[in-house]
Design a protein around this ligand. Structure first.
Ligand SMILES: *Cc1c(COP(=O)(O)O)cnc(C)c1O
Ligand code: SF4
Length: 326
């Protein structure tokens, strides 16, 4: 770990830093899994491998801050700020900087696009972090989206429950619960993030009838171990959060040092399937470079597929299943 201050200043000039007192308080020692997520590292500016916008989001945006990749759902970025800036952020090129501008006009352009595109049945509100906006702003966005009758489901992507759980106030909850069906996908990466505060935030959201999912990023040196992720996913289930995706780290400029080989994730998944509750198991996905969509990465259990299909089970035992006759 390079703690040279001049070099760190250069990192921060390229990629913003923010660590709030709550998340800072979770650091137990230098270089631990919380530290590595939040504290800038000079490796960020020596990344000459990754592109700035690996998922091609900017080119897939028909209006600014709205990414339309799949036919029936869109990603709508409504805030540029986060409660802390994750060093591995996939939108590192713009989140928390003047390159990401959300205005009343850009929001209106988004609503207008959604009115003109009735095939979109789900809107994923993200950013930055939507829940860092003032309550009345959040309410206004949700009201505007709910006025568009073709939108069936609203999903909020937020890291607030894990990095600033005290933001989940009674008033915020009373707003959110008016807009069902509303889902929240939050983002925890390490068991150290499951605290009494974050547990309380999740439990209160769940009590308001909001189904909670978790999008975890597989990060080298932070959580790339089966025991760590087992503990995380089982811990999330206890606070009523269903692990949804485990992401292969994106190819984002400034984050190359966090990437694992794809086999690392696949091996971890093999250690999870059937060994722990299926409820606690997310899908490992790779977000296809260039905006090709999410591709599941799955351990191979199938050995042979003929009239009888041969498998290996979770214990490595061979088993078979006869196919039905035509
Ligand atoms: C990930 C993503 C979605 C949502 O995909 P799900 O598989 O439904 O979670 C939608 N739009 C974009 C641009 C995305 O990157
Ligand atoms: S909370 Fe999400 S958008 Fe914000 S810095 Fe972290 S990964 Fe990026």
């Amino acid at each position: 770990m390079d703690c040279n201050t001049t070099a760190l200043r250069e990192v921060i000039a390229n990629f913003p830093m923010r660590i709030n007192p709550y998340f800072l308080s979770l650091i137990q020692s230098q270089g631990d899994p919380i530290w590595k997520q939040a504290i800038p590292d000079t490796a960020e500016i020596y990344d000459n491998i990754c592109p700035e916008d690996p998922l091609n989001e900017d080119n897939l945006s028909p209006v600014p801050n709205l990414v339309h990749k799949y036919p029936d759902r869109v990603l709508f970025l409504v805030n540029s700020q986060c409660a802390m800036y994750c060093r591995f952020c996939t939108r590192k090129r713009k989140v928390g900087t003047e390159k990401m501008v959300v205005t009343e006009e850009s929001l209106e352009a988004g609503y207008d696009y959604l009115r003109r595109n009735p095939a979109v049945r789900e809107v994923l509100i993200s950013g930055g972090d939507p829940l860092l906006l003032p309550d009345d702003k959040i309410e206004s966005i949700l009201l505007n989206l709910r006025k568009i009758r073709t939108i069936e489901v609203i999903r909020i992507g937020t890291r607030v429950p894990s990095v600033l759980p005290m933001r989940i106030t009674d008033n915020l909850i009373s707003i959110l619960r008016k807009f069902h069906p509303l889902y929240i996908n939050t983002h925890f990466n390490h068991p150290l993030e499951i605290t009494s505060e974050s547990s309380k935030a999740c439990t209160r959201l769940a009590d308001a009838g909001i189904p909670l999912g978790c999008q975890t990023v597989l990060l080298r040196g932070i959580n790339d171990h089966p025991e760590t992720l087992k503990k995380l996913f089982l811990g999330l289930l206890k606070i009523r959060v269903k692990p949804y995706y485990l992401f292969q780290a994106d190819l984002t400029k400034g984050t190359n040092h966090f990437r694992t080989k794809t086999q690392v994730g696949i091996d971890i998944m093999r250690n999870l399937y059937s060994h722990i509750s299926g409820m606690a198991i997310p899908t490992l996905v790779l977000d296809g470079p260039g905006g090709k969509g999410k591709i599941p990465l799955t351990p191979q259990y199938l050995i042979e597929q003929s009239e009888t299909v041969i498998f290996k089970n979770y214990l490595g035992e061979i088993c078979s299943y006869p196919e039905p006759r035509d």
